[in-house]
Design a protein around this ligand. Structure first.
Ligand SMILES: Nc1ncnc2c1ncn2[C@@H]1O[C@H](COP(=O)(O)OP(=O)(O)OP(=O)(O)O)[C@@H](O)[C@H]1O
Ligand SMILES: O=P(O)(O)OC[C@H]1O[C@H](OP(=O)(O)OP(=O)(O)O)[C@H](O)[C@@H]1O
Ligand SMILES: [Mg+2]
Length: 285
C-alpha cells in the first residue's frame, strides 16, 4: 500500500520563494520549473508541494488542510493561526521594527493615541498590548514606508532587511526590535506529527549543515595530536587514524565554514600538515 503524500506549502512569490525552492532542491526534492505551476507532486520522495502566498501559508497549515509549510516567522505570528515553528531555515532574515520621520525622537510609550501603519497588525497589536499602549492601527498591504509622507499614519512598523527603503523614505528606527524573523518550517499545533515530516526536517537540516560546515582533513604527529584535535573537536569527536608513517595520524573533522581558514592557520602553527578542506554535498547527522 502506498503511503499518503506529505502536503507541503511553499511560498509562490516574494522574498522567500526562490530560496525556499532552492533549499528544497538541495534536499533532493523536485521543484516546479514554471513559476505559474500551483502544485507539484514528487511521488518518488512522497511529497506534494503547494505554491501559495507566504502570508496565507500559516492559515492552510493551521486549518490542517496542509501538513506543513515554509513561511516567515513574522507571518506565522501575525496570522494567529494554530501552527507552530518546527525549525529555522537560515534564510530570509529580517527584523520587524518601528520607524518614524528621522529626527523625531520617539519611544514605544509615545505611541499612545498615534496612528501606526503596518502590514502585520496582529504582530503590532500584540506588541503594543504587552507594552500597555493603545494606538490606532492602519492596515496596509505594502509600501508601508510611504504612509507617513502621504498622511495616513504617524509611525510605521515594518520588515527591515538592509534599511535602504526606510532611509529613502526619510525614516529612522526607534524602540527595540519587535521581532527577529527568518524563514521557518511550520506544522499544525496540537496535531499528531504528519507522517514524513521528520524525513523532510532531517533533509533540510542536512542542507543547513552542508551549507554551514566543511570537512577538514590533516596529518599531525603524535606529540601535536591532542593540541590539534582540541582545535577541531568535530560534532561528536574527530576521526583519528594512524598513518603508515610511524608516530603520525590522519585526522578528519567537520568545522564551521566561516571558521575554516582561521582553524587551518592554527593547525599549521601546531605542526599539522596536508591540511585540506572539502565541501559536504549532503549529510544526515
Ligand atoms: N527584504 C525583505 N523584504 C520583505 N520581506 C522580507 C525581506 N527579507 C526577508 N523577508 C521576509 O519575507 C517575508 C515576506 O515575504 P513577501 O515580501 O513575499 O511578502 P509580502 O510583502 O506580503 O508580499 P509582496 O511583497 O509580494 O506583496 C516575511 O517573512 C519577511 O520577514
Ligand atoms: O530594509 P530593506 O532591505 O529596504 O527591505 C525592507 C523592505 O522590503 C519589503 O518590501 P517589499 O519589497 O516586500 O514590498 P512591499 O512593501 O510591497 O511588501 C519590506 O516591506 C520593506 O519595505
Ligand atoms: Mg513584501
Amino acid at each position: 500500500m502506498s503511503r499518503p503524500l506529505l502536503r507541503v506549502a511553499v511560498p509562490n512569490k516574494g522574498s522567500l520563494s526562490e530560496s525556499a525552492a532552492e533549499m528544497l532542491r538541495e534536499a533532493g526534492y523536485r521543484q516546479r520549473s514554471d513559476t505559474k505551476e500551483l502544485v507539484l507532486v514528487d511521488e518518488a520522495n512522497g511529497v506534494e508541494f503547494f505554491y501559495l502566498r507566504p502570508r496565507d501559508i500559516a492559515t492552510y497549515v493551521g486549518e490542517g488542510t496542509l501538513d506543513c509549510g515554509i513561511t516567515g516567522r513574522d507571518m506565522l505570528l501575525d496570522s494567529g493561526a494554530a501552527a507552530d515553528e518546527v525549525m529555522p531555515l537560515g534564510f530570509g532574515a529580517s527584523r520587524f521594527r518601528f520607524a518614524a520621520p528621522a529626527g523625531r525622537e520617539l519611544t514605544v510609550a509615545d505611541l499612545q493615541g498615534l496612528r501606526v501603519a503596518t502590514s502585520y497588525p496582529g504582530l503590532v497589536r500584540a506588541h503594543l498590548a504587552e507594552a500597555g499602549v493603545e494606538a490606532r492601527l492602519i492596515r496596509l498591504d505594502g509600501a508601508v514606508e510611504s504612509a507617513i509622507r502621504l498622511g495616513v499614519a504617524d509611525v510605521i512598523a515594518d520588515v527591515v532587511e538592509t534599511g535602504t527603503t526606510l532611509r529613502q523614505a526619510g525614516l529612522a528606527l526607534f524602540g527595540e526590535p519587535i521581532l527577529l524573523s527568518e524563514a521557518i518550517v511550520i506544522r499544525r499545533s496540537e496535531a499528531a506529527e504528519p507522517e514524513g515530516l521528520s524525513t523532510l526536517q532531517r533533509r533540510l537540516q542536512g542542507v543547513l549543515v552542508a551549507r554551514n560546515y566543511v570537512m577538514l582533513d590533516y596529518d599531525v604527529s603524535a606529540e601535536a595530536l591532542e593540541h590539534a584535535t582540541g582545535l577541531t573537536p568535530g560534532f561528536e569527536s574527530p576521526t583519528v587514524s594512524p598513518l603508515a608513517r610511524e608516530g603520525w595520524y590522519a585526522v578528519r573533522a567537520m568545522v564551521r565554514r566561516s571558521e575554516a581558514q582561521t582553524i587551518m592557520d592554527d593547525l599549521w602553527e601546531v605542526g599539522a600538515r596536508a591540511i585540506l578542506v572539502t565541501d559536504i554535498a549532503a549529510c544526515r547527522l
